[in-house]
Write a protein that binds this ligand. Structure first.
Ligand code: DGP
Ligand code: NA
Ligand code: NA
Length: 214
């Protein structure tokens, strides 16, 4: 009998949604329970491609919008073997941003030659997660949480369009995988508990063979 594979859990959300904090807390809680967990985040800024992305996001470098889109995708593809190996070895793999971000941040630019379908295509074939936990936050709550950082996409108008694109993606669950929406406008612990509940359920489905990676 082979090793039971682990679950692939993706977190998505707007900037300032508390996504990275929640991701880290889940990783910590599972590890404290003695679970095998592998934490990844995209963009992975440590590789040469990731360093190009980092320069772009920080405003140090310019890139054509199509070119940067493909670099973000390549940055996921260069980690796919690591991701699959960890899952197959039985670890729960928790990923902070994935191809959903790849779609929506580019589609939100409203460039005619970059519609949602074009934006999705370079990521087609990446392992489809067992769950995508979408941390939803209203524009009002996002504004209350204080100013955005300095990075390229942290601007009110673009964030509103990103929010719309995420909701647009949810209407096509077959193509884009199911999202579980979590209201991230609440207190940290409430959000954390709901996420823990979702992850428990998903892992049970994986163990029972009811959730298949595609
Ligand atoms: P983070 O490190 O999670 O704050 O993400 C950095 C920024 O990059 C954030 O504004 C979201 C954006 N982003 C993440 N993945 C992608 C992607 O694949 N494509 C594009 N265009 N933007 C992305
Ligand atoms: Na950010
Ligand atoms: Na983040």
């Amino acid at each position: 009998m082979g090793t039971q594979r682990g679950a692939l859990v993706v977190f998505e959300g707007l900037d300032r949604s508390g996504k990275s904090t929640q991701c880290q807390r889940l990783v910590d809680v599972l590890r404290a329970n003695g679970e095998e967990v592998h934490h990844m985040r995209f963009p992975n800024r440590s590789s040469p491609i990731g360093q190009m992305i980092n320069s772009y996001l920080s405003g140090q470098a310019q890139q054509d919008d199509h070119a940067i889109h493909l670099l973000f995708s390549a940055n996921r593809w260069e980690s796919v073997r690591e991701l699959e190996e960890r899952i197959n070895a039985g670890a729960t793999v928790i990923v902070d941003r994935y191809y959903y971000s790849g779609c929506v941040y580019s589609a939100a630019k409203h460039i005619p030659s970059m519609d949602l379908e074009w934006c999705r295509s370079p990521d087609v074939g990446l392992p489809r997660p067992d769950v995508c936990i979408f941390l939803d936050i209203s524009a009002e709550e996002q504004a209350k949480r204080g100013g955005f950082g300095e990075e390229r996409y942290e601007k009110r108008e673009l964030q509103d369009r990103v929010r719309e694109c995420y909701h647009e993606m949810r209407k096509h669950p077959d193509e884009h995988a199911d999202m579980v929406i979590v209201d991230a406008g609440r207190g940290m612990e409430e959000v954390e508990q709901e996420i823990a509940e979702v992850v428990r359920r998903v892992r049970k489905n994986v163990e029972g063979g009811e959730s298949r990676l595609r």
